[in-house]
Design a protein. Structure first.
Length: 189
């Protein structure tokens, strides 16, 4: 019986005042005492200005298929990965005999800009369903603690306003896409 993919934990490690104060520093303003509004949070996330890199998150997937883990390890900027070893001297199993579907634990530490970028690739309808499902576990946690960040985590086609893939799935030609694009741009135009 295959073990179920799950998140062992998810932690947000930042506060919005620090993000806002860093933004103020970049425009030569004094630190503020007021908590940023939801609309300001969403705007700075949409703009992807550097202060959002102070927003860091840590999570750990349990029972992630090795080949799905490899999809996430391809993301390099603003994220660190810690994946269970398959070394024979540590596991007692010949790694050449270990299948691609072997289960690993995969821990990550990432900033908000990286979360946005990973979403663009892993929410694409051309991404593997297994990889998308694993990413949605992380996004479900983000939705609960940082709804403004969740609202800007969209597939590449919504982010750009068109599908840049070599082979489109056709979603960018649908009413659902137009609604998603409108929701993404809400309050910006």
């Amino acid at each position: 019986m295959e073990q179920q993919l799950s998140l062992k934990y998810f932690k947000a490690r930042f506060n919005w005042r620090d993000v806002a104060d860093a933004a103020r520093t970049t425009i030569r303003m004094e630190e503020g005492e007021k908590e940023p509004s939801p609309s300001w949070k969403r705007r700075i996330l949409l703009s992807e200005h550097s202060p959002i890199r102070q927003m860091t998150f840590k999570w750990k997937w349990l029972n992630l298929k090795y080949w799905v883990s490899v999809h996430f390890v391809r993301h390099k900027i603003g994220i660190e990965h810690f994946v269970s070893t398959q070394r024979s001297d540590r596991t007692g199993v010949n790694r050449d005999d270990t299948p691609q579907a072997a289960l690993v634990n995969h821990e990550c530490f990432a900033n908000a800009q990286s979360i946005i970028f990973i979403s663009r690739k892993r929410l694409c309808r051309q991404a593997s369903p297994e990889t998308t499902a694993a990413w949605r576990l992380v996004l479900d946690e983000i939705r609960g603690c940082e709804p403004e960040l969740f609202s800007v985590c969209v597939p590449e086609c919504v982010y750009r306003g068109f599908c840049p893939e070599f082979k489109s799935c056709g979603y960018a030609e649908t009413a659902s896409f137009r609604a998603a694009l409108s929701a993404y741009r809400e309050g910006v135009e």
